[in-house]
Design a protein around this ligand. Structure first.
Ligand code: ADP
Length: 447
């Protein structure tokens, strides 16, 4: 096992990793920007080191400074959390060159899945069902028309380098295609420096179902069921649950096995998520995330496992302690993402927290780096807390969510808590009857 690891992240996910490391007896190094000198992750780690000015590009994405921080502190490995450098293959390469272990998959696998065309191609070959679409990249508008005509409208033009919902454009009919094609290309060029796009059949009423997988890097892999993350705003998840209300045990075992076999086949190492759209009982692969996801706690809760500890173990060369036949689901878990944002427009709302009280009690987990007196800086993501609740049934988890939201106090900034209070009044949310467009449509009706 490592004696010391560095966490190249901030906020609740840095805390999450520090907690796992502490339980393994591993010392921790926090890195921070000048804006985060007073942040909780700095206080909780055994050591801390400043890596640059406030902007993420100059601090949490500053590879030379993070490498220097490892060398100064003697950290043997780096956990990247999510976002920032978590899916940056070059970073993994540089760490390797410095004999520092990356707690995550290989640079090769990150690269393979980071390019969505290669990812889809690989998954197709591994027997994973994919969304019907173009065979690789589409370079010209003439080719785009040919593909879309054959497939039938609506279609979606997507950036192969895409992420965070950017570089994605819907063409409902043939008339929309020229514009969708050129905007997707220019948006992708601007955001990712790569204008390659591909075309997919647009699924009209799917759910977003993702499968948690974990591999030992030597050809053994397991799945830990699915999460339903269909409640999204602007392609960003806001409410996630496991197990998926629309997935039965047989379906779970079938798609889970396909996913676990696929990543065993490529000798994938560590945690990963295979994302699908799910419509009329069919799964359609859209992308794989080669990192820990924001919503991993719902899976941890129902399976009773610690994914971060397993990540650290496998990176240190130990065996993962998972066996598929020993993994079983208990109960139901829901996570809501609490952002420092002002409703109804979700305007970021940084500022000073005057009072903070986290809910507690049976089946309540709060992953947050907030404390009273803390000033949320304006430079980063607006996620300030993840509230994860569980219960024996979905109904029990919903009742607990309502209760826990009632106990939570965050004064000083606006948060998205009222959104969840309102959603818990909705019949469709209570019955789990929603698709990926449900929340957007509901929000429109509220105006
Ligand atoms: P990103 O990496 O930018 O998040 P994804 O490929 O994961 O992009 O897609 C994000 C979201 O966009 C999905 O959760 C879904 O809501 C929507 N989406 C993507 N592809 C399709 C499709 N073929 N049909 C319908 N919706 C889609």
């Amino acid at each position: 096992m490592f004696s010391k690891i560095l966490i190249a992240n901030r906020g609740e996910i840095a805390l999450r990793v520090i907690r796992a490391a502490k339980e393994l007896g591993v010392r921790t190094v926090a890195v921070h920007s000048t804006a985060d000198a007073d942040a909780m992750h700095v206080r909780m780690a055994d050591e801390s080191i400043c890596i640059g000015p406030p902007s993420g590009a100059q601090s949490y994405l500053n590879v030379p400074n993070i490498i220097a921080a490892c060398e100064i502190t003697g950290a043997e490995a780096v956990h990247p959390g999510y976002g920032f450098l978590s899916e940056n293959a070059n970073f993994v390469q540089v760490l390797e060159d410095h004999d520092i272990t990356f707690i995550g998959p290989s640079a090769e696998h990150i690269r393979m899945m980071g390019d969505k065309i290669t990812a889809k191609d690989t998954m197709k070959k591994l027997g994973v069902p994919c969304v019907p679409g173009s065979d690789g990249g589409v370079d010209t508008i003439a080719e785009a028309h040919k593909v879309a005509d054959e497939m039938g409208y609506p279609v979606i033009v997507k950036a192969t380098a895409g992420g965070g919902g950017r570089g994605m454009k819907l063409a409902k009919t043939k008339d929309d295609l020229d514009e969708a094609f050129s905007t997707a290309r220019s948006e992708s060029k601007a955001a990712f420096g790569n204008d390659e796009v591909y075309i997919e059949k647009y699924l009209t009423l799917p759910r977003h179902i993702e499968v948690q997988v974990f591999g030992d890097g030597r050809g053994r892999a397991v799945h830990l069921g699915e999460r339903d993350c269909s409640l999204q705003r602007r392609h960003q998840k806001v409410f996630e649950e496991a197990p998926g209300p629309s997935i039965d045990e047989k379906t779970r075992e079938k798609i889970g096995k396909v996913c676990a076999d696929a990543i065993a086949d490529i000798k994938y190492s560590g945690a990963g998520t295979i994302e699908f759209l799910y419509e009329n009982g069919e799964f359609y692969f859209i992308e794989m995330n080669t990192r820990l996801q924001v919503e991993h706690p719902v899976t941890e809760t129902i399976y009773g496992v610690d994914l971060v500890k397993q990540q650290i173990r496998v990176a240190a060369g130990e065996e993962m302690t998972f066996k598929q036949e020993e993994l079983s689901i208990k109960g139901h878990a829901i996570e809501v993402r609490i952002n420092a944002e002002k409703l109804p427009n979700f305007t970021p709302c940084p500022g000073k927290i005057t009072t903070f009280h986290a809910p507690g009690g049976l089946g309540v987990r709060m992953d947050s780096a907030l404390y009273a007196g803390y000033s949320i800086p304006p430079y980063y993501d607006s996620l300030i807390a993840k509230l994860i609740v569980s219960g024996i049934t979905r109904e029990a988890a919903l009742a607990r969510l309502r209760r826990a939201l009632g106990e939570l106090i965050v004064d000083g900034v606006d948060t998205t808590v009222p959104l969840f209070d309102a959603l818990l009044q909705e019949e469709d949310v209570l019955t789990g009857n929603y698709d990926i467009h449900w929340l957007e449509k509901w929000l429109e009706k509220q105006d």
